[in-house]
Write a new protein. Sequence first.
Length: 451
Amino acid sequence: MRLAFEGGRFEEALMQLDKVDAEKRKLPYLFERALTAHYANHFEESNQIFEQAEILAEDLYTKSISREASSLLTSDNIRPYSGTRYERFLVHYYRVLNYVYLNLLDDALVECRRARRLLQHYVDEDPTYNFAGSAFLAYLSGILYEWTGDWNDAYISYRWAEAGYQRYEKHLGISLPTDIGYALVRLARWLGFNQEAERYAQLYGEPPQYPSGSGELILIHESGFVPSKTEEELFFPIFKTDPFIHQEEENEEEVWDFADTVVHRQNFEYDDAELEYLMRVAIPVCTSNRPRLMGFEMEVKFSGETDLQSKLGENLSRRLEVGNFQALSVSVEDVEGAVLATFDSEQRVILLRTVVRAILKYLAFRRAEKADELVGGLVNFLNMATEVADTRSWETLPNQMFLVRMSLPAGMYNVTLSFLDMEGKRVRTETLSDAVIKTNGKTFLNYRTFE
């Protein structure tokens, strides 16, 4: 499936996903299938599957709390995978686009509100948490609310985006897109918030004025793949002199305290004569997977009038005189940065919990061996066999997102995208034909690359 997906053969990828065994069609499968359906332009099907994924994720998250204790005795894989915060949040981004492409703007706005509620829930849980999609989806929501004339919600969304990108700049190095500042000035004035409008104008400058009859093109470039999780083996020694292992009984607090000691013995040098047991654990690791393509230049050329303009006999001389439009994309989302930051913040807890589980397995092996050496060997074998890292994730998400928001006279345009590497050099060019811009309308396009 991955090869077909990378090659842009999304129908083929869907057929391969259809062959997956029923027992393997769990949450990661639903994520992958829904996203593949989106890129295959099956927007209604994509949203139906995303909805299934959301319902399942919420149900599994609730159940995972009750199963937390049992996962200490077996692999983390027994814990229901309810998706990460960023995975559950980015579902809303693709559902919004699906509704826009289906011309269901009211449904897209409902999805924006659902995303805001989820964002508020996450912020209430952890005000310092920076997860992928939070600022960008607030920005996208602002554009949609503004399009439909919901100025108040648009203003609120742009303010959420402003706060989100201020956190992004600190933690991910992504600056506030200039357009958000302009939108805050424009909407504050429209809503009569004169002091706020003045403050924003001083911060961000005066927004540009566009001629009547214009529309907008919003093009989003999704680049690369998010880092996937792999398994790494670690070994920790338990020494004959450790007082903990000579106790007849141990309570939960003592197990956690001993685990906190053992976890600092990674790469520890020791004499074999001191060794009581060499404990193996398997943990997930997540490493950078930056794409080659890191943004784009966009050139837009007028290619003709729309059918409606032709029927109305509109005068296109002004449009033809304008010529080409050019813009450089801005970074709006670093999924990898948020993923790695999240993973790093959780890694110590994951490692400590894994070591606790390994200690409990060791104690079970030791007791079984005392009773019967053969049984003890079997217990140790089973312990080793069940020690598997939890590497489940939504692997086809993009690594980076870039955006251009451009005002254009109504008409049809050919859109040329010149993709850039990290040094700003052009790598390759693609042309999208006959993009339609409507008066006072907004045309959304998202384009995925895999290099």
